[in-house]
Design a protein around this ligand. Structure first.
Ligand code: TPU
Ligand code: MG
Length: 558
């Protein structure tokens, strides 16, 4: 069988587990798209624009482990780069593949369409380098296999996005057939001496402690160590807290679970546990201005053990040369038992009284209903805004997943990301919580949920504005044009889809809408939940004030 560069790439993507890739067509990538279509192991999925295409792939990588987005040169790829920056921030291996100018044009002084009008077409590769872990330009068939393999291998190993651009005349040129995929998937070698030293130092530290606490962070899933963390918790039996961006990364029915640590907006009791322990084992944390509540809740000092994806720091000494997964496994074998029952607190559970059927709809009532909807099979996607704080107060059944984008924080992310996530895990129920302001950025991707008949349930919380911004720093820019959000579904159906748009202004209407959403299995259901602008979580307001004052710090006086 003769092979082409495009076929080689398609084979590699299928070999690493992709059953779909996301695309927007353009004349620099049309031949490549044809080549990818030849591979029947992978379906081509279309998006409305390249930003959404990037976010769809990002969501697919969340549910499927890796993803690919195929776009055209500059006008496409530069839009997609925002989402690729997001994938970098969120540790997701997304391969961005851009069509590129014909190899015969390089160096000729030709001015090409879809470029900045300069005759050097290298600027896109330079830009991509800033938001990826590996970037290659393919302008000949012979070097293509090595470049494709390098990009894919690096993305998988580093859990970061990577970039390929392929000159538009090269994707159909002949090249070799790919060999076994094992070299792309190989785990790095482990330095056993360093690993043992790190484990011994950590055990010695924990043995001196009477009340160690674990703090689970958001890089844990990318480090592929969720199960190992639970095994360690079983062994230590200590109290376990999670950071906000790690919601769902530790089972909430675990006997040691003590809830969310987020400074002043922690689950009751969790702040005291974390801030007064003599040994805090931080696993894969990200300490940024948001997670530390404006730098007011940043665990540091001699009582902190920092177990990061690429290094472990104990007693001020850093150890590396092994994976976090290997470290947690080895630590679980030797860790002493330090039962949480000896400490204060219990497993937190969320419960709120129901409001009367005909009362106005409230934020609390929406959260109560969504929490009741969650099962072990739910993936809950929570957008930037009060949706973060609403997701944080829910109690998750074991197996339920939560998707957040707290490091990048691009409003509108949740719509395309949930589309891609649902495409990659069609056996699960996807539930989205998104604010009105966020929805306006990427609303059109709901049309693809209609097209591909994905039964995503979208709770659109219409509080008439950017309420999170009102909490941080108010001004006229936080008030937006209202839309008929539920009405959009008829527009997207255009007479041939199964999308359902509903409005809820009372608890009764919300309950009825949820029943209809559950019955609508052939398309998305958008439930526009109308609430008062002032009705938000008190945690949002408290957190917002702290972050605002950190943002407003003056320069030190000279
Ligand atoms: O619940 P609520 O009202 O806070 O959420 P909504 O309505 O979705 O409003 C979100 C408001 C918001 C903005 C405007 N949150 N962050 N931002 C800043 C921002 C602007 N542009 C992008 C792409 N991402 C952002 N985070
Ligand atoms: Mg809003």
């Amino acid at each position: 069988m003769t092979y082409t560069v495009g076929m080689y790439l398609a084979d590699r993507l299928v070999q690493i587990g992709l059953k779909h890739h996301f695309a927007v067509a353009g004349d620099y990538n049309l031949v490549l798209l044809d080549q990818l279509l030849l591979n029947k192991g992978m379906e081509q999925i279309y998006c409305c624009n390249e930003l959404n295409c990037g976010f769809s792939a990002e969501g697919y990588a969340r549910s499927n482990g890796a993803a690919a987005a195929v776009v055209t040169f500059s006008v496409g790829a530069i839009s997609a780069m925002n989402a690729i920056g997001g994938a970098y921030a969120e540790n997701l291996p997304v391969i961005l593949i851009s069509g590129a100018p014909n190899s015969n044009d390089h160096g000729t002084g030709h001015i090409l369409h879809h470029t900045t009008g300069k005759t050097d077409y290298g600027y896109q590769l330079e830009m991509a380098r800033q938001v990826t872990c590996a970037a290659e330009s393919i302008t000949d068939a012979q070097s293509a296999p090595a470049k494709i393999d390098h990009v894919i291998r690096t993305a998988l190993r580093e859990r970061k996005p990577a970039y390929l651009e392929i000159a538009c005349n090269i994707s159909s040129e002949l090249c070799v057939q790919p060999g076994p995929v094992s070299s792309l998937l190989a785990e790095p070698e482990i330095d056993q001496t360093s690993l043992k030293a790190a484990v011994d130092a950590t055990v010695a530290f924990l043995e001196k402690s009477t009340k160690p606490v674990m703090l689970v962070g958001s890089k844990l899933r990318a480090a592929n160590a969720l199960a190992e963390t639970e095994t360690l918790a079983d062994k230590l039996q200590c109290a376990v807290t999670i950071m906000a961006a790690a919601k769902g990364f530790f089972p909430e029915d675990h006997a040691g679970f003590r809830g969310l640590y987020w400074g002043e907006v922690s689950t009751p009791g969790a702040q005291e546990l974390v801030e007064t322990t003599d040994a805090l084992l931080c696993i894969a944390p990200v300490f940024n201005d948001y997670s530390t509540v404006g730098w007011s809740a940043w665990p540091k000092g001699p009582n902190v053990i920092l177990a990061e994806p690429d290094r472990v720091t104990v007693d001020g000494r850093a150890y590396d040369g092994f994976t976090l997964r290997a470290f947690l496994r080895a630590l679980a074998e030797k860790a002493p038992a330090r039962p949480a029952s000896a400490q204060k607190g219990s497993v937190p559970t969320f419960s709120l009284p129901a409001t009367p059927d005909e009362a106005g709809l409230t934020n609390d009532e929406i959260v109560r209903h969504i929490n009741a909807l969650l099962t072990s099979n739910t993936t809950l996607v929570a957008e930037t805004g009060d949706s973060w704080f609403n997701a944080m107060r829910m109690t998750l059944p074991r197996g339920a997943r939560v998707e957040l984008e707290m490091q990048w924080g691009h409003i509108g992310w949740s719509v395309p990301s949930s589309f891609g996530n649902a495409m990659g895990s069609q056996d699960r129920q996807h539930v989205v919580m998104v604010g009105d302001g966020s929805f306006q950025l990427t609303a059109q991707e709901v049309a693809q949920m209609v097209r591909y008949e994905l039964p995503v349930i979208i709770f659109l919380i219409n509080n008439r504005g950017y309420v999170i911004e009102i909490a941080i720093h108010d001004g006229p820019y936080n008030y937006i044009k209202n839309w008929d959000y539920a009405g959009l579904m008829e527009v997207f159906n255009a007479g041939e889809g199964h999308g359902l748009g509903l409005k809820a202004t009372t608890p009764k209407e919300l309950a009825e809408a949820i029943a209809k959403a559950k019955a609508n299995t052939r398309g998305p259901t958008l439930i526009e939940c109308q609430i008062d602008r002032k009705d938000c979580t008190d945690t949002l307001v408290k957190w917002g004030h702290k972050v605002a004052s950190a943002n407003a710090r003056k320069t030190p006086l000279a």
